[in-house]
Design a protein around this ligand. Structure first.
Ligand SMILES: [Zn+2]
Ligand SMILES: [Zn+2]
Length: 153
């Protein structure tokens, strides 16, 4: 089996923000796509703006994105199985003792619809590191932490 390699595309909203979900309080927040990409070049962890807890960025994917990742991995595995078995069936087509037919597994269509819900979101700029956050000000009414430096905004 060769290594599974795939790229995850998370769509950003009209303002260029990508949705994340905190693994601790399960609240959604947005980070500016280009700032986040840049941040990842030197960092691995981000803070939740609501509870202020820090974790690996991989744990901040939203449920929709996690589903998408699983589906991509599954599709990719199916494709490899299909290739192997289709070849095997073909190589046996001249064999009169063994008959093998193989019906390829169906790969699922991937719904690339990870849109950020922008109902009551407000954009904040961190005074310390100048990064931008989109947070739900109803959820974070008491206090907002910067996802990058963890400071109180
Ligand atoms: Zn949180
Ligand atoms: Zn900051």
């Amino acid at each position: 089996m060769s290594e599974l390699k795939f790229k995850i595309e998370i769509e950003s909203d009209n303002d260029g923000y990508v949705a994340f979900e905190c693994p601790f309080c399960e609240t959604i927040f947005g980070l500016k796509s280009n700032e986040y990409q840049e941040w990842l070049e030197t960092n691995n962890e981000i803070y939740c703006p609501y509870c202020g807890l820090k974790d690996n960025k991989d744990n901040f994917y939203t449920k929709e994105v996690v589903e998408q990742i699983k589906q991509i991995a599954l599709n990719s595995a199916y494709e490899q199985i299909n290739t192997v078995f289709t070849k095997m069936a073909k190589s046996m087509s001249n064999n009169k003792y063994i008959k093998m037919t193989y019906k390829p597994l169906k790969t699922a269509r991937i719904d690339n619809n990870n849109k950020t819900d922008e109902s009551s979101d407000e954009i904040f700029e961190c005074k310390s590191c100048q990064h931008h956050l989109k947070v739900n000000y109803i959820v974070g009414k008491s206090r907002i932490y910067c996802s990058y430096c963890g400071r109180d905004i």
